[in-house]
Design a protein around this ligand. Sequence first.
Ligand SMILES: [Zn+2]
Length: 416
Amino acid sequence: MKKTFYILALAFLGFASCNDGDPFNGQGMRPSLPGVSEAEIVGVQEAKYEPRFSELYLYWKPVAEELKASFLGTEVTFVTHSGKPLTTNIMRDKNFPQGYERIAVATKDISSVIYRSIWRNEKGEQIFSDYCKLKDLGLDIKNVNIGPDETFTTMHMPEWKETNEHVGTPASDLYYQVVGNPPYSYYEESLKILCGAMWFNENDPYRQLVEMDCWFKKTNDPGIVAYVTGSGNTTIICIGQEAVEGLIGKPISEARAEIDGVCYHELTHTMQVNNLNAADEFNKQCFVEGGADASRLICGGFSEAQRLARAKIAVAKKEDQTENPKQAPHPWLEAYDPSGFFIAWLRRYDGDFWRKFNYSSQLITSGWTFEAAVKLIFADNTTVAADIAAENCKNDILRGLWRVYKKDVESETVSE
Ligand SMILES: [Zn+2]
């Protein structure tokens, strides 16, 4: 049975593509478990790269029907977004069958990627295939805009409307310079990009909007840059006139980056499931507002300098606070960028983390918490288990991961 598959794999990959033993010598990389070279490697059918999200997708060649149940997952070694080598195992999980046919790897360095397949043998033990360096496969890896080009090409679009209370003013002119007039195709494209980041494909429970009214109005509150609201079947996205007025005179690239970023955040709210059953208000805010900033970051709505400056502020906070009951008890539960950037960072362990995070709202139908979502998504991830154990947080997964995050952020510098 295995023999057949081995021959097939060789036919596709050729001998040269796969290396025996440990290819990490001298590279500071480590396999998560001692290498066992007796199982076959699952071949890569196709690889695609999403430059906006800095995510690589490896689509597997078909695995013979009788072997499918034994194909447990993939161990992948690569350089993370912060430039450090990491080995993680991304397991095939019946909770997330959308991820069966491929894995996503959060990296900017495709040439760093090495993987091996994880199987279950007759005794029920995990065994590993030989390693394969992606760059040795000679694949033609194309850049794709995953949402608009691949996963959300035919997504349901609302009927569009527009309400602009400031037509003809300099702020309105700047708004239109960025979003177009009317702004509908801008919003359609942004929604597809965003859904490509948030969800696996159109079968996922993104929200099918009936009518969307794009407002350009004053928010009459200096603290509110933009918002999403609704009335009956109409969803309203309001970009605040005051915020755009504040961008007049700045370089157009800067104004564009800010408006794009604000739109990604707000549009995330229009696509978030509305049936989240959260355990408490902090976890709800982490999902809703942390999630919107995670989306904004992943879609490129914050510069690297902005990301790092905010992340450094977040990780400098103390782990526990009980003085103010209105404030989140831990920084990882704090709404907006503290939890949001942490969520985006968790893609290092599984490039589909953000997609699985959103989908977790369908699997944890009562009392959703960030912790329950992370436990579900990383249930079989030995790297996560080892990382939190090294932080003495075996039974406190978010605290443990936050400490790893803190070290990673503190080690980063950005020249921009
Ligand atoms: Zn928001």
